[in-house]
Write a protein of this length. Structure first.
Length: 214
């Protein structure tokens, strides 16, 4: 009988611990859901700045809650923080399993990158969004727009480089008359002196490196 009583006592203790853990988890999950719901309410009312703390607290309660992270990233994009928003969408894109959430995250990541003029990266994000949902016309439209912007940007870069090369060539070409020749030679000597001076300064810095604190 003594053994049976001990076993019953242990079972009772374990059951109490289990029920207590379940109750704590349920309360914790409810708090997380309440925070998320309040953030969503404020978001729908256009109170974006007020919604941010609720999404952050929901993430503090459960850092793996990708819905809270997605909503936080969305509200950050509304408050002029495209870089922070893009990082959030990128995290979801790397760690998420829900296809719909992944697709929307890639799309929004593309939008944030486009706003930062990171066209090549935004193009890659739109392509990933389309691979998950080929029927998404928003992704298709934004992809075409980003590709067109990139095409326009590349000739502009080439023209700027051509102008730079032409200017350097003109500077290096000796002028025709004597006065211009003297000015040109004087300019070359001055540049040479500046180069020598910089080299001496660099050598001096190399010999006197500041100590680093631990």
């Amino acid at each position: 009988m003594a053994r049976t009583k001990m076993e019953n006592s242990m079972k009772y203790i374990l059951l109490t611990i289990l029920l207590s853990s379940i109750a704590s988890f349920a309360a914790f999950s409810q708090q997380e859901n309440d925070l998320l719901a309040e953030g969503n309410r404020l978001y729908k009312e256009g109170k974006y700045e007020e919604a941010i703390p609720y999404y952050k607290k929901a993430l503090e309660a459960n850092s793996s809650n990708l819905t809270a992270l997605y909503n936080l990233s969305a509200v950050l994009s509304k408050t002029g923080k495209p870089e922070d928003a893009e990082k959030g969408f990128e995290t979801i894109a790397k760690n998420g399993n829900d296809k719909s959430l992944l697709q929307k995250s890639h799309y929004n990541q593309g939008v944030m990158l486009s706003r930062q003029k990171k066209l090549e990266e935004s193009i890659a994000a739109y392509k990933k969004a389309l691979s998950l949902d080929p029927t998404d016309e928003d992704s298709r439209f934004n992809l075409q727009k980003a590709l067109e912007e990139l095409r326009q940007k590349q000739p502009q870069k080439k023209n700027e480089q051509d102008k730079k090369d032409k200017k350097q060539e003109q500077q290096q070409t000796p002028p025709a008359n004597k006065k211009q020749m003297e000015q040109w030679l004087q300019s070359l000597r001055q540049k040479e002196q500046e180069v020598q001076k910089k080299m001496q300064q660099n050598r001096s810095r190399a010999n006197k490196q500041p100590e680093k604190d631990w």
